[in-house]
Write a protein that binds this ligand. Sequence first.
Ligand code: NAD
Length: 495
Amino acid sequence: MPEQHLQYIDGARRAGSGAPLSILAPATGAIVATGRGAHADDVETAVGAARSAFPAWAALTPGTRSDLMHEWARILRERAPELAAIESVNAGKPIRLATEFDVPGTIDNTAFFAGAARHLEGKAAGEYSGEHTSSIRREPLGVIGSISPWNYPLQMAGWKILPAIAAGNTVVLKPSELTPLTSLLFAEAATAAGIPAGVINVLTGAGLDAGQPLVEHPAVAMVSFTGSTAVGRRVAASAAGAAKRVHLELGGKAPFVVFDDADLEAAARGAVAGALINAGQDCTAATRAYVQRPLFEEFVGRVAHLMDQVRIGPVEDPDTDMGSLISRAHRDKVHGMVERARTDGAKVVHGGRIPEHTPPAGAYYEPTLITGAVQDSEIVQQEIFGPVLVVLPFDTDDEAIALANDTPYGLAASAWSRDVFRTQRASREIQAGCVWINDHIPIVSEMPHGGLKSSGFGKDMSAYAFEEYTNIKHVMSDITGAAHKPWHDVIFRAR
Ligand code: NAD
């Protein structure tokens, strides 16, 4: 297989100067691309390109940036089948998910930020002291160093790049070294749309080889990170050394609370879809279902029955519901957590095995349903990031809310009930960046995504993302023309 250039710097593909890199198809274990990873030298070149491109990009009118981004969205729409096919193979996800969720989601995000580029908002200019006019300028920060994970490679590239460049910044993105292919195509499509070289750069390489030097680079004004809580903490610590702005989208452990007046069939279906989306490798996936005791047995039975019908198969088959996990190492980690839960006395009601008839070099895992775990166990407290749903009972509403809040994470949650007062209370008291009512998972470009507690801080998507990528500057102009201003008397009274 001929080596590919896996870096995108200053509007062109380049070879990296780091270690050899093989990009795999996790469903089969096949190598789909080879090349060289990025190294500190490539970080230097990419940051230099982004730095050079910044003044001219920031100086364009919002209208011009918006037009270029709309053209980008148009090109992405044209290339959607190619993007979906590559995303599906490289991330091991079913072609149906890539075609109907990942790619259209990114196109919609691109179109949203093309429009939003023209709507940077601030407080109205006014005479707040009576002697000055105050106004707000929202200014881009400069070069943004962005780091993204492997679970939704294209969508995460979009969430990182789009608000940043819409606001006039330039970006160096380091995608996961496991899944860089669609991020490279995304950047190429931007160049094809007329977005100037250097505005978007992509560095494919390992965290320590490329991510760390990017975070530490003195010309990087801000670090925007999506990934695990453990790595996010390291990244924040490195950025803190230089007092850089940081945006952290980290892990999750979403609770799924089913009250006794819920529509049971809707909740069971919602739990299966919410737990198994992207083979559970979703930071907002439903991982802990708390079900009020009268519904508990029936809920578990229905979920097990639905999980039994989930079709595992080749990712290119449009009938496949669930693909593979990202790697065999990750699959082994998920299986290890399930086995430890079993040893600790939990019951594996469904799944918990490597499925039969899947490629031996693939990373498949069965949809897995667990009961009988205790609240403070690893399987309930820690992120699994696999197709595993744990179901626990509760008796009172107070208990449900307390259990939902009882993990280190706070990214997403859902509450299921026909009682508006119960759902209102849940939406108010559950500590999470998003609370769904009678649903779990849907996202929209107009609304923010981001967590609290160990799930990080800052928002992706929506106009709120501009808060992350702009400096809010107050400009205060004297309107009196007086040399001796009344407030001077507080400091000195010389006449
Ligand atoms: P990860 O933390 O292992 O890696 C994320 C990125 O950080 C990768 O690009 C990696 O190469 C890079 N990295 C690793 N070490 C680094 C270092 N020292 N300096 C700089 N960069 C470094 O996460 P992952 O396994 O790729 O992704 C899964 C995680 O991402 C899960 O925890 C999931 O919850 C989280 N996630 C969160 C969100 C969200 O919006 N909150 C969205 C998607 C995924």
